[in-house]
Design a binder for this molecule. Structure first.
Ligand code: ASP
Length: 427
């Protein structure tokens, strides 16, 4: 390879004898200086033997895209506020590692996506923390909710956009649905599956659609993201009815057992189903949360003694993700759950049941196994998603007035508070 002026981070074209490759030029690995690394648009890193590379042509310098743009406010456009929390959407390629790292200056996010300013002013940016969503817990949800309330009660802000990692985004969207119910303005959560420096990044469309959602009349906690693998429109999805269903596709999130609120293009919002409209006045966050809740998946032959562990550790509630219509090993199984379930509930543990099928509704009345499990007293949660159920259980048990009474907890878990349970007829 001849000398090149390409530096790590530059977008280059690399020529071999019979083929050209385009991608981001990466630093050579420490102990393999004879190798050139490239991050392809597909996201894969690929290595070439230096001797075989004929030319490396710089197509775009690394920092150009950031430097040349300036954020301008326009008083004619509506103001939205932004909460940046980390995740891929606020990360970029680190050319020396080949992986993505958080942006040092999170607000520079907009410089990658100036299109958002065609529609709105981003008048305020808050960065409560920068994390991968798998590192978050209920304290982070509480922090986001507190910042969100402050922004929602600002009369100069029309709506808010929260950018977030994808992995556990549906837990946060469920938590905010309960913490911020009876909203006055839209609360939009969005993400990207591919980092902002990749040609195939999904962030641009997601942010533009989020901007439209934030100034729409949909006063709900919603998740806005690609509706399909194409870069053409997004769905606005109810926060408590959505789940990450794909590891890498842009349309990773789908509404489960429900419908999106709206279809959003870069220039219009088409309403699809009912939602709460904007209202006047200030709102409060209700962020009480009991940390001692768990989600346990049932699998063949699973020993119910696992519940002893949770009791010993002073857990207050468990969501069991059951098989099919809502089953765990019953009377005829080698490790029956029946007597252990009776015992732990008698000792105060709240036990709820969802299905690991994801789609559909639990129904314990169809089989004898289900009936016997129901008789132990466990609470079957209709068509609620397991992740939403875990968050809801923590939220309900966080309220002393309900938590002290088992019947009150059961009634609240079965009450459709923020759209987490859908109508039988509708399905
Ligand atoms: N693991 C990352 C996260 O959830 C992935 C992403 O951001 O999409 O934060």
């Amino acid at each position: 390879m001849e000398k090149t002026n390409a530096v790590p981070g530059d977008y280059v074209e690399l020529s071999l004898v019979n083929r050209d490759y385009q991608g981001v030029f990466l630093e050579s690995p420490e102990n393999e200086k004879g190798i050139v690394l490239l991050k392809l648009d597909s996201g894969y890193n690929i290595g070439f033997v230096k001797k075989e590379v004929m030319e490396v042509k710089v197509l775009k310098k690394a920092e150009e895209k950031i430097e040349e743009l300036e954020i301008k406010k326009n008083s004619e456009k509506p103001n939205v506020a932004m909460i940046i929390t980390g995740g891929t959407i606020a990360a970029r390629l680190n050319p020396s590692k080949g992986g993505v790292d958080w942006l040092d200056n999170p607000a520079s996010l907009f410089k990658f996506y100036p299109e958002i300013f065609k529609l709105v002013n981003v008048s305020k940016v808050e960065v409560p923390f920068m994390k991968a969503s798998e590192d978050m817990d209920f304290k982070d949800w509480q922090k986001i909710a507190r910042v969100a309330v402050k922004l929602l009660n600002d009369t100069n802000v029309k709506g808010i956009i929260i950018t977030h990692g994808t992995d556990f985004l549906h837990y946060t969207s469920a938590a905010l649905s309960f913490f911020l119910k009876d909203l006055n303005k839209p609360v939009v959560l969005t993400y990207s599956q591919r980092s902002i420096d990749r040609a195939s990044s999904d962030a641009n469309l997601n942010l533009q659609c989020s901007a439209l959602a934030a100034i729409s009349d949909i006063a709900e906690v919603m998740l806005v993201g690609h509706a399909s693998e194409n870069d053409d429109f997004c769905f606005a999805m109810p926060g408590a009815k959505v789940r990450k269903l794909h590891t890498s596709r842009r349309d990773a999130f789908k509404v489960v057992n429900g419908k999106p609120f709206a279809k959003i293009f870069t220039d219009k919002v088409i309403n699809v189903s009912e939602y709460n409209q904007r209202k006047k006045g200030k709102i409060k966050a209700d962020t009480s949360f009991e940390e001692k809740v768990a989600l346990v998946k049932i699998y063949p032959g699973q020993n119910p003694e696992i519940l002893d562990y949770y009791l010993k550790k002073k857990y207050k509630g468990i969501v069991l993700e059951m098989s099919g219509l809502g089953h765990a090993p019953g009377k005829r199984a080698r490790n029956s759950w029946i007597s252990k379930l009776k015992e732990v509930q008698k000792r105060g543990l709240i036990v709820c049941a969802t299905s690991q099928c994801i789609n559909g509704r639990v129904d314990p009345l169809v089989y004898s196994n289900g009936r016997e499990l129901l008789e132990t007293g466990i609470i079957y949660l209709e068509d609620m998603l397991s992740e939403t159920a875990l968050v809801k259980l923590g939220w309900i048990l966080g309220h002393k007035e309900w938590a002290k009474n088992r019947d009150a907890v059961k009634a609240k878990m079965l009450e459709n508070i923020v759209g987490e349970i859908s109508d039988r007829l509708e399905n």
